[in-house]
Structure formats: structure tokens, C-alpha cells
Design a protein around this ligand. Structure first.
Ligand code: ADP
Length: 199
């Protein structure tokens, strides 16, 4: 099937506005990024639960549900990381079309990757959320034991060590998890999201 043959069907599909009206919310993407162990998944999970309790439909995309399935053929070279995030951004956009709020939780180490994700999703639907903690603090937390393995040379291309992590210049929101408690970081994200996903 060529791309041309797919188009006519789209005229018969429900549009984003109808799906958003059904859910009573706006489809949007909050892109949480930062070093491994900085707090992305902790914050995403807590924010999803709070929003659920407020009647919002939220999908969390993270390494667990993406790298095990859709992107299981990709590794951690720069090229594969770029492709990983490109596909995730495309998937996020599909969710946006259904009116779903997406919390994406990925290291997203390069500015270029984040800019591309914003472009794919569409700037007006994209919130760049830097979840900040220093490499030393993430290594101290070592939630998944990965910093220990990286120090032993067992993890190739580890972000912040032998693979670059570029700090952002101007994120839409900065959650400094070295300075804030989990509850404070989640509350600050929710304060922005609540207004932003309201119809
Ligand atoms: P990531 O998903 O970025 O790899 P995780 O969420 O798995 O990181 O782990 C973050 C760790 O940092 C957790 O053990 C969490 O309790 C701790 N932490 C401390 N302060 C915060 C905060 N303000 N926000 C999120 N996590 C925090």
C-alpha cells in the first residue's frame, strides 16, 4: 500500500477535537528528561496517578514499555538513541490525537534529540521538563545498580560518563530533584499540567 492510498481513509476518521471533547481534556506531551536516576519515572508515575484521580487519561511512555517492545531492535549508539526518540515522539503524537496526555520519561541526552521530539509532536503541545540531579547524586542513589556497573566498565555508552548528556539552556520547567522532595517536584509538575491540559 502506498502512502497515497492511505489518505482517503483519514477523511472518515474522527478528529482530535472530537476525541478531546469526549475526554474533556487536551492531548499534550510532557517530555521528562535527565540522567538515569534523576527521578523521571518516579515523578511520571506519581503525576499519572494524581491526574487519574482527577479524571484525566494519561499514558506514561518509558524505557520499560518502549525498549522491550517497539524499539527492541535499537541499542545505545547515537544513531539508535536518535531513532529511539524519533519513534517515541511519533507515538506520543498519535496519543495526542486521541486527546491523551503523555508523560514521556527518557534520558534524551542531546539538545538535538529534544528539539526533534518537540518538532514531531508540535511545539504547542510539547512541554520540555528537565529533571535535574548531578551525576554524583544519581550515582549515590544508584536506584537500578547501573552506576555501579558503569563504574566497573560494564555499561557501554553510559549517559553522563562516556556518552554526553547536554544540559538544557532553557527548559519549560526545571525540577531540581537534588533540592526538592519527590512530593514537591510532582506538585510543581502538576501545577503546570493541570492548566495546560484543560480544554
Ligand atoms: P529515572 O527514572 O530518572 O531513572 P527514578 O525515578 O527511577 O529515576 O529514580 C529516582 C530516585 O531518586 C528515586 O529513588 C527517588 O525516590 C529519588 N528522588 C529523590 N528526590 C526526588 C525528587 N524530587 N523527584 C524524583 N525522585 C527523587
Amino acid at each position: 500500500m502506498s502512502a497515497d492510498e492511505i489518505h482517503p481513509v483519514h477523511d472518515r476518521l474522527l478528529g482530535r477535537a472530537e476525541q478531546e471533547a469526549l475526554l474533556g481534556q487536551r492531548g499534550r506531551v510532557a517530555w521528562l528528561y535527565g540522567l538515569s536516576g534523576s527521578g523521571k519515572s518516579t515523578i511520571a508515575a506519581a503525576a499519572q496517578r494524581s491526574l487519574y484521580e482527577e479524571g484525566r487519561l494519561v499514558q506514561v511512555l518509558d524505557g520499560d514499555n518502549i525498549r522491550a517492545g517497539l524499539n527492541r531492535n535499537l541499542g545505545f549508539s547515537e544513531e539508535d538513541r536518535r531513532e529511539n526518540l524519533r519513534r517515541i515522539a511519533e507515538v506520543a503524537r498519535l496519543f495526542v490525537d486521541t486527546g491523551t496526555v503523555v508523560l514521556a520519561s527518557f534520558i534524551s541526552p542531546l539538545r538535538e534529540f529534544r528539539a526533534r521530539a518537540r518538532e514531531i509532536v508540535g511545539a504547542e503541545d510539547f512541554l520540555e521538563v528537565y529533571v535535574r540531579a548531578s551525576f554524583a547524586e544519581c550515582a549515590r542513589r544508584d536506584v537500578k545498580g547501573i552506576y555501579g556497573r558503569a563504574a566497573a566498565g560494564e555499561v557501554a555508552r553510559f549517559s553522563g560518563k562516556d556518552s554526553a548528556f547536554e544540559e538544557p539552556e532553557n527548559p519549560d520547567l526545571l525540577l531540581d530533584t537534588e533540592q526538592e522532595t519527590v512530593e514537591e517536584s510532582v506538585a510543581r509538575l502538576l501545577a503546570v499540567l493541570r492548566g495546560w491540559i484543560r480544554p
